[in-house]
Ligand binder design. Structure first.
Ligand code: IMP
Ligand code: MG
Length: 182
């Protein structure tokens, strides 16, 4: 875990990719799209911990229709910046059975995490499973899952802020930054 001084240096040396106003505007637009699609479906929203906390927190007050909120916790990155095996800390709840489910995540990177979550939700008998992500990382290779709702596209670099962490840090930033390659 970096110390506070290293954390500040990480931020000072990073490139601002998406300013806070643009993130806010993207979430407002997504709220409209999600409302159009789900207002009459009484959905279960699944927040993918911990990265989607920011997205979820900003999105929820903009949704004025009945819904259930729950969470899943699956992670591939641990404290590394390269992909790893998927680890489940909290599985999707059985209560998704027969429901319209919307999974909320911070980023669609390779798509392995969201593909696994979606598979599990459908195995549990959900009626449907859609995916909303705050960011979609541009990749050359096709992804095993597609996001139905995308906030902003980001370039293929390690990004942080708005729920996304760099070495466990800076989830609390209102804008999205890209780390300088070291
Ligand atoms: P995927 O399975 O490769 O799509 O990985 C998705 C997960 O990895 C996300 O939910 C994030 O937690 C994490 N992740 C992927 N790319 C980044 C990044 O650029 N910054 C921070 N976390 C990332
Ligand atoms: Mg995540």
């Amino acid at each position: 875990m970096p110390d506070a001084e290293q954390a500040w240096r990480m931020l000072e040396e990073a490139d601002l990719l998406v300013p806070a106003e643009a993130v806010e505007a993207a979430i407002a637009r997504l709220a409209g799209e999600i409302t159009d699609a789900f207002r009459d479906r009484y959905p279960v929203l699944l927040c993918v911990m911990n990265g989607a906390v920011f997205f979820c927190g900003q999105l929820l007050p903009r949704l004025r229709f009945p819904l259930h909120l729950d969470y899943v916790h699956a992670t591939r990155y641990g404290k590394e910046t390269r992909g790893q095996e998927l680890v489940w800390h909290a599985h999707p709840p059985d209560a998704v059975k027969g429901r319209a489910v919307l999974v909320l995540d911070d980023i669609l990177d390779l798509g392995e995490t969201l593909a696994a979550i979606k598979r599990r939700v459908l195995e549990l008998g959900a009626d449907s499973c859609h995916v909303a992500v705050l960011t979609d990382k541009r990749k050359r290779a096709p992804k095993p899952v597609k996001a139905d709702f995308v906030g902003v596209e980001v370039e293929d670099r390690f990004v942080f802020g708005c729920g996304l962490d760099a070495h466990g840090l800076w989830r609390n930033l209102p804008a999205i930054y890209a780390m300088r390659e070291t």
